[in-house]
Design a protein around this ligand. Structure first.
Ligand SMILES: Nc1ncnc2c1ncn2[C@@H]1O[C@H](COP(=O)(O)OP(=O)(O)OP(=O)(O)O)[C@@H](O)[C@H]1O
Length: 191
């Protein structure tokens, strides 16, 4: 079997958490080209699941298998606000390898601006593009719809479609309508 015939990510009977289990058992696979939503109430364990995929939360049983050649980009729910670091949008994109020239139009005028001077929604979209535009084959987005107005939500949906065939995206959101419209399928997590 070649690498291309394997899923980018497979979670099998995964039970994960902190001092004790918080989620699971959960089983699913992600294939290249897919955008998969992760939906559930506050505290259901969506961020914990993303953490288990990146190794940040503890796995009690079951397994997470990432295809060995696949790089992961993880946009966390509470990303570090780089206030003291005078980094511009272009510099952030250079760091993650996301091409500034291909950044969506609405981000172009914001590229020279320091990240800590962007609005909440502008920063959210810049950071989301820094993941989606990078070479990562597996992109984990924790609530990228936070702070976005309807036009920005549309922009996010367009970003997810761009170059979609080369990667898989696992996207947490409380916006059920957005998930249904923008995702190939939605995994529902219950506490
Ligand atoms: N660092 C931590 N240590 C211990 N328990 C934690 C930690 N982070 C989260 N939890 C607990 O794990 C459970 C799941 O939290 P998690 O953040 O994964 O939920 P979520 O589905 O992402 O919620 P939300 O929609 O509110 O962001 C909660 O009960 C929470 O209190």
């Amino acid at each position: 079997m070649t690498q291309d015939q394997l899923p980018l990510l497979e979670c099998r009977d995964l039970v994960a958490g902190y001092a004790g289990p918080v989620i699971g058992p959960v089983s699913f696979s992600l294939w290249a080209g897919e955008v998969v939503g992760l939906y559930g109430c506050n505290g259901a364990g969506k961020s914990t699941l993303l953490g288990a995929i990146t190794g940040a939360t503890r796995i009690f049983s079951g397994e997470v298998r990432r295809r060995p050649d696949v790089r992961v980009a993880h946009h966390r729910q509470r990303p570090v606000r780089m206030g003291e670091l005078p980094l511009s949008g272009s510099e952030l994109l250079r760091l993650t390898g996301a091409p500034a020239a291909q950044a969506p139009g609405f981000l172009q005028s914001l590229l020279p601006v320091r990240l800590d001077r962007l609005s909440g929604g502008q920063l959210q979209l810049m950071q989301t593009w820094s993941c989606l535009g990078s070479q990562a084959g597996l992109v984990l987005l924790d609530e990228p719809t936070n702070n976005l107005d309807p036009a920005a939500m549309q922009a996010l949906a367009a970003m997810l479609k761009r170059d979609a065939a080369r990667r898989a995206v696992l996207l947490v959101s409380h916006e059920g309508e957005f998930l249904n419209a923008a995702c190939d399928r939605v995994i529902r997590l219950t506490p």
